[in-house]
Design a protein around this ligand. Sequence first.
Ligand SMILES: Cc1ncc(COP(=O)(O)O)c(C=O)c1O
Length: 360
Amino acid sequence: MKYPIVKPLLPQLDKYQTYIEQIFERNYLTNQGPCVEALQKKLAEYLEVDYLLLVSNGTQALHVAYAVMGIKNVITTPFTFAATPGSLAFQNIDFRFSDIDESTFNLCPQQIKQQDLVWADAILPVHVFGNPCDVESIQRLAQLHNLKVIYDAAHCFGSKYDIGSLLKYGDCATLSLHATKLFHCVEGGAVIFKCKADFERAKQLINFGQNTQNIPVSAGTNAKLSEVHGAMGLALFEHVNEILAHRQQLFEYYCGKLVGVVKLQQWHPLGKPNGAYMPVLLGSEALLESVQKCLSNQGIQTRRYFYPSLNSVTSYRHNSKMPISDDISSRVLCLPMYYDLTKVDVDIICDALQIAIKNY
Ligand SMILES: Cc1ncc(COP(=O)(O)O)c(C=O)c1O
């Protein structure tokens, strides 16, 4: 494909090599080593959060968040990646879907209110494609009903809300640092906590539940990030501002070109897009299928993300009707978005999209 849907960003090899050589010299490969510690500190500062813990991937970040919050009955969104409800199901946490807002694609607070909030002990919203949820309304609901809020912020590296970081909202938030993400460690993730005690507890949990004397004081898991992964993060971190700025520009450029061609996700008025994804909403599923085929024939890869709406997936035993998520999921298509893309590439992709729609 001339234009893949994503293209993992690699640092300059010599930069990565320098970190790898240091790892070889130290012969210290994992267990919260110097690369991971350094990256953790840099990311906490950069993302303007107090308590950020690096873990082995975004799914483990969710697992750790659930364990620290001690949740059992969760309300979440069906318009997300399999990792969100899949991690709940895997931990035998009971969950119910609530429908989304048709414009923002995020959990709709009005719909959450319709749920049994006496049954629930937590809300797990996803900031879909990096777009901030209605964090204020969700916070009010959570306070009123004594619920924990865990944001799956897998797409939110560098996302802003008002003048600060979006990652500050909720009792905790999780990031994915997977190779396909805006910023990555090949595989990696992070949990951001509001409170220090939760952060300290998570540090034990990701290390088999052991305390600083290596005594297991609770059940735990192994979710540590290795030094080799940390090194990738450190090498890429040197370019983090350029990466973010370029993707934000691409996103704005795409949006400008697509006005009047397709519908776009409505961004929160206080949010600033990070350029993580480029979703478009087509008029019907039949049109989407035709457009996808037509673009593919021209070497432009697209992705139905998120499809299907996860309420319809029988393995979660939750095949309830979620009319808005079902509809949005059938019509959303993500266009290529990655650092190597140029505005000329965006012109080519948008022109091809426009012609594909016209010819339908
Ligand atoms: C919304 C969402 N949550 C969680 C994850 C899982 O992250 P990871 O692949 O790092 O485990 C993803 C991955 O893309 C995601 O899109």
